[in-house]
Ligand binder design. Structure first.
Ligand code: SAM
Length: 192
């Protein structure tokens, strides 16, 4: 989807839950705060949650309407909001303690190229948390995009994982009101 299509969705109303994704919260709760980027931040639910926990967060998305929704939330002044295409945007090299990429569903080559580039933005020991709708979700899960080319899998994230010390690379289940959804998780650290 193009930025204009996302703008239209966000202008129509809230799209995602107000709080963070449960797995994102579980993984990050005990990580000491530092410098973070929430790439494809949408309405900023994760950026706002991280900022509330003391992180210095930049929320990047190409939908100005999505970010505008986040900017209306309490605590929004603690987040730096950037309207930009993730495929062209860069953080400084070796500047981040955390890069969060949640449900940025891109064609495989775009995603793998972006993640490979983004590992360079992490400090040594800095963490990448990438979470997206898994390709198996079409047949065995609920909701999410139905276009296989933009869905995640362990195999599709393996080239980014090869650049990290990996804690987890796996398909994960997510409970939703409509049933179980299948996501792919990559959770790792840039090697020293
Ligand atoms: C499913 S939403 C997820 C939003 C947020 N990460 C969350 O979990 O609540 C996907 C987001 O990706 C953004 N997006 C898609 N392609 C993008 C791109 N090339 N550059 C920046 N943002 C993009 C959309 O605007 C949308 O806000």
């Amino acid at each position: 989807m193009r930025a204009a299509d996302w703008d239209q969705r966000y202008t129509a109303g809230q799209q995602w839950s107000s709080g963070p994704n449960a797995l994102v919260a579980e993984l990050l709760t005990d990580v000491p705060p530092g410098d973070a980027v929430d790439l494809a931040a949408g309405e900023g639910r994760h950026a706002l949650w991280l900022a509330g926990r003391g992180w210095r967060v930049t929320a990047v998305d190409f939908s100005a309407a999505g970010l505008a929704r986040g900017q209306e939330q309490p605590g929004a002044e603690r987040v730096t909001w950037v309207t930009a295409d993730a495929l062209g945007w860069s953080a400084p090299q070796a500047a981040l303690d955390l890069l969060l990429v949640a449900y940025l569903q891109l064609p495989e080559a775009d995603l793998t190229g972006l993640l490979a580039r983004a590992v360079g933005w992490l400090r040594s020991g800095g963490r990448l948390l990438a979470l997206g709708h898994d390709v198996d979700n079409i047949a065995r899960g609920v909701g999410g995009p139905q276009e296989p080319g933009v869905l995640y899998s362990v195999e599709r994230l393996s080239s980014a994982a090869a650049l990290l010390d990996v804690d987890r690379l796996e398909q994960v289940r997510r409970d939703t009101p409509g049933g179980v959804a299948l996501d792919t998780l990559l959770w790792g650290r840039r090697p020293a």
